[in-house]
Design a protein around this ligand. Structure first.
Ligand code: ADP
Length: 260
């Protein structure tokens, strides 16, 4: 894409300058590549539901059908529309976040209360898939931040844990504090994530093959949003996983009043 500088002697200042320049070019190259990959992924993810809708609609219109046939196509179309809406909403959110247009409140949030609050909602989600959502020990922990966004972050992680569980599985949410940080963990006994994929699951649109086979309910954008919310709270998300045995996602956030 861009030209590198070739400088014969590398020991002197000019050599170092050239190396820095080439390094900058390499990074620019990488981010251009990322943007191209992103546009291609986004188009593909939006194209798929359109293709499904078009195919089903054409088929049902080809000859006279009874009401039930039309109804089932409309129902399926509605699902695809919901999926596209979710993708577009999440993309809009991420692009507003990229441009610094998403406001973050900064008020004390008691995580143990947030977890207890979400537990009911999470249990309902679990019931639909025969997955039990239980609470482990919850140490009191208060962080400074945006309660709605933190709720969204936690719900997303719990939703994934349920979604990638097997029937009869267990999801456990726990909260500890350690060295000025709150550690909110969500452990599942689901499909797990291969080591090679761990570094990519926070990328926009990335979904593992195992996840795609397991369910088509996913956009690959949730964790990108989660990572952004954690970062805005000066925190991070850690993942440990064993393929076939389960995963633990830990949201690590600085406690209110700590300098961590
Ligand atoms: P999706 O909408 O596909 O769940 P996310 O951005 O939330 O997208 O997650 C990205 C990918 O990370 C998923 O498609 C899946 O491959 C993997 N993943 C996330 N959470 C889990 C989990 N609890 N167990 C196994 N894989 C997971």
């Amino acid at each position: 894409l861009a030209q590198r500088l070739t400088v014969e002697s590398t020991g002197d200042e000019i050599g170092r300058l050239a190396a820095t320049f080439n390094d900058m070019i390499a990074r620019l190259d990488a981010s251009f590549r990322q943007v191209r990959q992103f546009s291609s992924d986004a188009s593909h993810e939006l194209r798929t539901p359109l293709t499904v809708m078009k195919g089903e609609t054409e088929l049902v219109l080809r000859r006279d059908r009874d009401c039930e046939d039309y109804k089932s196509v409309l129902e399926s179309n509605l699902e695809e529309i919901d999926r596209m809406t979710r993708i577009v909403d999440e993309l809009l959110f991420l692009s507003r976040a990229d441009m610094g247009e998403v406001k973050m409140a900064s008020a004390p949030v008691r995580l143990e209360e947030l977890i207890e609050d979400i537990h009911g909602q999470a249990s309902l989600l679990g019931q639909e898939q025969d997955v039990k959502v239980s609470l482990g020990s919850l140490d009191p922990a208060t962080v400074l931040g945006d309660e709605l966004r933190l709720r969204e972050l936690l719900l997303n992680i719990v939703d994934n844990a349920v979604k990638y569980s097997k029937p009869g599985g267990l999801v456990e949410i726990a909260l500890r504090t350690d060295q000025g940080m709150a550690r909110l963990s969500v452990r599942d006994q689901g499909i797990g994530i291969r080591q090679e994929a761990l570094g990519r699951i926070f990328d926009r649109f990335y979904r593992t093959e195992e996840a795609r086979t397991h369910t088509n309910k996913g956009t690959g954008l949730g964790l990108a949003i989660c990572a952004w919310i954690a970062e805005m709270h000066r925190g991070r998300i850690e993942v440990e996983s064993a393929p076939g045995a389960g995963s633990t996602f830990t949201i690590v956030l600085p406690l209110a009043g700590s300098k961590a």
